[in-house]
Ligand binder design. Sequence first.
Ligand SMILES: Cc1ncc(COP(=O)(O)O)c(C=O)c1O
Length: 370
Amino acid sequence: MTGTDTKDRSFRRNLRPILAELDIYDAPPADPTFVRLHANECPEPWPDEVMDDLADVIRGIELGRYPDTSGRMLREVLARDYGVTPAEVILGNGSDEVISLLVTALSGRPGATCVLPRPTFVMYAHAAKVAGLAVDEVDLTADLDLDEATLSARLARDEAAVCFLARPNNPTGSLWARDRIEALVRAHPHVVFVVDEAYVAYAGEPTMFRPDRPENLVVMGTLSKVGLAALRVGYCIAHPDLARALDTVRHPYNVSQTSLALACRVLTRHRGVLDALVARTRANRSRLSALLSRLPGARVHPSAGNMVLVGLPRPEVAATVRADLAKRRILVKDLSGTPGLDPRRGYLRASVGTSDELDRLEAVLDELGT
Ligand SMILES: Cc1ncc(COP(=O)(O)O)c(C=O)c1O
């Protein structure tokens, strides 16, 4: 029986109908002995001295006590970084949670839409639909750039409430021009623009945040892509009125004490090490691109993130390459068939591995004769 069946007297009739249409985001645990290039992580290991220091932080945690309700200490660290007040910083259990807070807070008008370029990070559309927003997607151009004219027309509609722009974008790695995004933000003051800077550390460009930003610009960040994905710490910087709304939606204690304490320690004592992990990953990106360009008929898209998208002649070619690599214990993501990408072509996305992991990839490509 479904939720729409009028005779259904079970709990199912109360489920939101959209939930039946949505996939569950799930990835089975990957074997840690595999080269895991499928999840856009930063795999560079933290040095032993840092791990020892973090172990001391864990030892100091009072397990019987709640953490701070809103992660004040970490909010203060981030507020100093951005030159804002802590009241403008909202933390989430990963930026996934921040996305949910945003779409929930901004779903106040019937028919409200979330405008998105396509393809982009899947959780924007997912969270928006769960929150009851309609999703209005605009395909990227053939060279994976923003189609500003179409986007602008959708954003001009009265029902447009929020627009997420990942800069750099996942899965394409594209870095859309900052001045063109700023123009969209200015042109549509009734829309909240969330510039998602999850991968900005790899872009070689500073944040789009500036103290004199328009009130409808939110900058979102995460520690997940800079070697701390296990912590689940994301955040955004928002106008105080919006921040208050997000804080009202947010559950108290949404980030664990372990994550808050470890994030604070890394950002206050080990930032140089974090920067070095990111720099090594960034340096390995061109090697990954060169390796992927050896695949049959490959078109490697330029990337400003820690992942590289490669187009292949047909979806079957991508499926075969993915399977051949998986048989040899290397995981990449097959994105063929992703709406917004050319359906006739195949696509693989691989994140930048460590030098050892790229050595393994190179050896496997040699073995496969590509
Ligand atoms: C663009 C973008 N934003 C946000 C996230 C989610 O980050 P978090 O781990 O902070 O939830 C991802 C994860 O892949 C992403 O690609």
